[in-house]
Every structure is written in C-alpha cells, then in structure tokens.
Design a binder for this molecule. Structure first.
Ligand code: NAP
Length: 258
C-alpha cells in the first residue's frame, strides 16, 4: 500500500518505517523535523512532508497529493496520568482521522486503511463492556483516542484499527534497514478487542478479584517494539480485508502452548 506515516521520528514510528518498507509498502512521512529521521531513512522514503500532525489540511493534502491508501499514526505521546500538562495526542488523533476520512470522500474511492497507536488499557477488562482502564486509569488520553475513532464507520468512512500496546521494548537500540530477521509478526499472537491468552486467575476473589486479575497479568503483555511494528506492516498487506478492521487489537509474545 502507499502509506502515510506520522511520528516517524519517535520510538514507535522509527521502527514502523523499516517494517513498512520490508513489507513492500511505499512510505510517505509527515514529520515536524526531518533532520530527526533515523540515519539512512531518506533513501527508503517515497516523500517527506514537513508539518504538524495537528493540521488537518496538511495531512489531507499529503494523502491526496501522494495518492496514499493507508495511514499509520504514531505521532503524539500519551501522558501517564491526567495531572500536569497534557500533550497534543487527542488533537493529533482527531486531525488525522478527520483528514483521512475527508480525503477518501473527496477522492471518491474506498476509505483509507488506518492504524492508530493506543494503549493496552483500552482492551476489554475481564468484565466487558468495562475496559482495563476502568480498573487501572493510566495513560487516560488513550480513552479519548477510542472515543474519537469509534465515531467513524469502519467500512464506509475510515477503515480503522487501534493498536493497544503495553510497554514496547526495543530489541535493538536503533532502527535498521532492513530490520533484523528475528523481528517478526510470527513471534506474536494477536486478538481483537481483548488481551490474548488472558487467564481467569484471581477473578473469583470477592471485590478485588478483577483488580488482582488485571495487575498480576499486566506485565505479561510487554511486546518487542520491532515485532509490533512488523505486525502492523504485515496487516497492511491485507488492505481493507484485514480481520482487525473496526477493532482494538491486543498482542502478546508467543509462548509454548499459545
Ligand atoms: N513506546 C511505548 O512503549 C508505547 C507503549 C504503548 C503505547 N504507545 C503509544 O504509541 C504512540 C507513539 O509513542 P512513542 O513512544 O513513539 O512516542 P515518542 O517517541 O515521543 O514519539 C512521538 C512522535 O510524535 C511526533 N509528534 C508529536 N507531536 C507532533 C505534531 N504535532 N506533529 C507531528 N509529529 C508530532 C514526535 O515528533 P518530534 O520528533 O518532532 O517530537 C515523535 O515522532 C503514542 O500514542 C504512545 O502513547 C507507546
């Protein structure tokens, strides 16, 4: 696909870029500071646009001018709590979604395939419709991401998926082209809307059972940054036919028996 990537200078975006290239996507990046792109990146990028991910007009032009049919947003960073200064994440998500939906409408073709980075706590808790964040209120802006994105019809307006990542741990210090062979979607198991391989341990304990259940398993959901990037890039090969369209997506490192 022709992919517009936002946030390519960040931790996640810098790993998404080589993963997208590895999966034969043509990548257009929209960044504030092109000089912060990873070394050797420029020869792998179809076009670089300088601008803000909060600017609907810039994002829409980038999509239309370069005929992009997918968008991956890794721009912005959620604050851990609602105290203190909040960043631009909700503004960015709102702008990217609005621009992608408007571009598809103006072009008159199918909606764009879009992945939005979000957090693990936006997956279903053991007692849906409550989400994990209802029990563990960390990185609260991710809830706003879901609130904004779910307003879009996933088949008609914006073919969205929300990547609900726990801590993303780098296998390597920096991004490389191509990524190391050990970095692969094949190392992961994925599930729509709830964490994969969830166990019911502790859930029977009165009053605090669900909290214990969530907190004892949270640490199992760290995934390697590069493998997670490979997951998104591989999924984009399926285009609008992905099983994850209109879903929040949880990932886990494969273990024996999964
Ligand atoms: N890293 C993790 O372990 C992890 C885990 C779960 C979820 N996530 C989520 O994944 C997403 C990306 O996280 P990250 O760790 O990669 O964050 P990061 O390293 O701070 O990168 C953020 C990126 O957003 C860009 N950005 C911020 N505001 C922008 C704007 N107005 N216009 C254009 N670009 C803008 C930054 O560009 P500049 O270089 O110009 O500042 C940078 O490229 C976030 O939503 C985060 O909450 C991350």
């Amino acid at each position: 696909m022709k992919v517009l990537l936002l946030g390519a200078t960040g931790r996640v975006g810098s790993r998404l870029l080589p993963a997208l290239v590895k999966h034969q996507h043509s990548v257009v990046v929209l960044v504030r500071s092109p000089n912060k792109l990873p070394p050797h990146a420029s020869s792998h990028i179809a076009a670089t646009i300088t601008g803000s991910a909060t600017d609907v007009a810039t994002i829409k032009s980038a999509i239309l001018d370069h005929n992009c049919d997918a968008v991956v947003n890794a721009a912005g960073l959620a604050s851990m709590t609602s105290f203190g200064k909040q960043g631009d994440l909700t503004k960015i998500i709102t702008a990217v979604a609005e621009a992608a939906a408007a571009a598809a409408k103006e072009r008159g073709g199918p909606p764009l395939r879009c992945w939005f980075m979000s957090g693990w706590a936006m997956l279903d808790s053991p007692k849906p419709p409550a989400v994990i964040m209802d029990y563990a209120p960390l990185f609260p802006e991710h809830r706003k991401t879901f609130d904004v994105i779910k307003q879009y019809d996933a088949r008609e307006q914006l073919t969205w998926s929300i990547f609900c990542a726990s801590t993303l741990t780098p296998r390597f210090e920096s991004a490389s082209f191509p990524p190391a062979e050990s970095c692969s979607v094949d190392n992961l198991v994925a599930k729509a809307d709830s964490p994969p391989a969830w166990s019911s341990s502790w859930s029977g304990v009165p009053l605090i059972g669900t909290y214990l259940n969530i907190f004892t398993q949270a640490g199992n959901y760290k995934t390697p940054l590069e493998d997670s990037a490979d997951f998104i890039a591989a999924d984009l090969e399926k285009g609008l036919g992905s099983d994850f369209v209109g879903k929040r997506v949880g990932l886990k490192l494969k273990e024996k028996g999964i």
